[in-house]
Design a protein around this ligand. Structure first.
Ligand code: CTP
Length: 405
């Protein structure tokens, strides 16, 4: 599991909505990402769920009072405001939003928000009538103008039994917004980046295919890192178990042929291609429409080459940027440099399939970056999201060079 939020402090404010029970999962997922969480609950929140639940999950005392009887720190609202790198109010009621919009600080949560200079995110949850209320809407507008962020509620079934807007945002979207608030930059703002990831499947008959062990983790890490840097990302993915950010446009494919068709179509609207997919080089010459039965005494498979997508795109890339990957088991650097020139890449990321911590399916990777001038940079073994950062730093530099040239 990636620890993308390691050493980050999140103050999680819980207010009085039935959606409070969903926050256990939010807390758990943030912790899995390495974040340290301090929970603050309003009085109303404690009618829906007890502080003990969050105390147990967060392994910290839950703050419920502005004036606790056993006071340990004199100005705890100030020290907590300084401690928090980000405040997430989830679920956020119309009441807390109204109080903060009006400058009221009469409990711990509203007071700590008043004292904080860190990003504050609201994930509202309430009935559809309340979401449409003009006082609530103007409070949100006011706060948004002041830089407070909202994770908009979704349409769906509500606690009242009605169906409409007001449901707490999908938990994945909440986590994604926290990551954006804590890690986001505009290093690749509005750059249109196309990423391919994962394996392809080349069918022999309706129930069998040829594939490879690619997990897609490297390509997904690149797509997410690019999105955190403000890029508009399209991710074309072969079959994987992974999920990605909701603001990444995901196109799922299975075969190398589909990947070629979709990548070439999408490339028209993008400035950068990062080809991390493990594309099958061969596919069965014939696809049997019916399942091949085992009575068949012998089965000789004839294969034909698939299109080299990266090469086709690299040859006509113009002044756009193309990044390829290379997987080599011998004479690695020499072969990678040949591939770089042959496929007209601006950068090639040489994968080391052997050695502890690198290779298919791992969360870490050790790669070597080689640019068109054959400059070679060996990266140490690191998490895939860190590798993604190195690759995107190079992409940002290449984009800058193109502008200057
Ligand atoms: N690639 C591609 N289309 C293919 C095969 C590979 O676009 N049909 C891309 C991969 O996504 C990767 C790069 O080409 O970015 C290099 O892939 P790799 O498997 O290392 O090399 P191949 O070109 O397949 O050559 P070989 O298998 O002979 O090493």
């Amino acid at each position: 599991m990636e620890k993308r939020l390691e050493k980050r402090h999140i103050l999680l404010g819980i207010t009085g909505s039935i959606a409070a029970y969903k926050v256990c999962e939010v807390l758990r997922l943030l912790q899995h990402q390495g974040a340290e969480i301090q929970v603050v609950m309003t009085e109303s929140a404690q009618h829906f769920i007890t502080p003990l639940t969050f105390e147990t999950l967060s392994d910290h005392e839950v703050i419920t009072d502005l004036f606790p009887s056993h006071r340990t720190v004199k100005t705890r609202h100030v020290s907590m405001a300084e401690w928090a790198d980000c405040i997430l109010i989830c679920p956020a009621t119309a009441n807390i939003i109204g109080k903060i919009a009006s400058g009221i600080a009469d409990d711990f949560l509203s007071t700590v928000v008043m004292a904080s200079r860190s990003p504050v995110l609201f994930a509202p949850a309430m009935d559809y009538q309340m979401v449409r209320n003009s006082i609530y809407l103007s409070n949100c507008e006011k706060l948004e103008k002041l830089g407070y962020r909202f994770i908009s509620p979704e349409e769906g079934e509500l606690a009242s039994g009605a169906v409409g807007p007001g449901r707490l945002a999908d938990i994945r979207r909440i986590i994604e917004s926290v990551k954006k608030a804590l890690l986001g930059s505009d290093n690749l703002k509005q750059v249109r980046i196309l990423v391919t990831a994962g394996p392809t499947q080349e069918f022999l008959d309706p129930v069998r295919y040829l594939t490879n062990p690619s997990s897609g983790k490297m390509g997904y890490a690149i797509a997410e890192e690019a999105s955190l840097r403000g890029a508009d990302v399209t991710l074309i993915s072969g079959p994987t178990d992974l999920q990605t950010f909701q603001n990444i446009r995901l196109i799922e494919i299975k075969t190398a042929e589909e990947l070629a068709r979709v990548t070439k179509k999408e490339w028209k609207d993008h400035q950068v291609l990062i080809m991390a997919a493990a594309v099958a080089d061969f596919r069965p010459l014939k696809l049997s429409r019916k399942k091949i039965k085992k009575e068949t005494a012998e089965w000789v498979l004839q294969l034909e080459q698939t299109e080299d997508i990266l090469k086709s795109i690299g040859e006509k890339k113009g002044d756009r940027i193309v990044v390829g990957f290379a997987l080599e088991t011998e004479n690695a650097e020499r072969h990678a440099i040949q591939k770089l020139h042959n496929k007209k890449c601006d950068l090639i990321c040489l994968n080391n399939p052997d050695g502890p911590g690198s290779g298919f399916g791992q969360d870490t990777n050790r790669i070597t970056l080689i640019d068109a001038k054959e400059n070679v940079e060996h990266l140490l073994l690191m998490e895939k999201w860190q590798v993604a950062q190195h690759i995107l730093d190079r992409v940002a530099l290449l984009l800058k060079e193109k502008v200057i040239a």
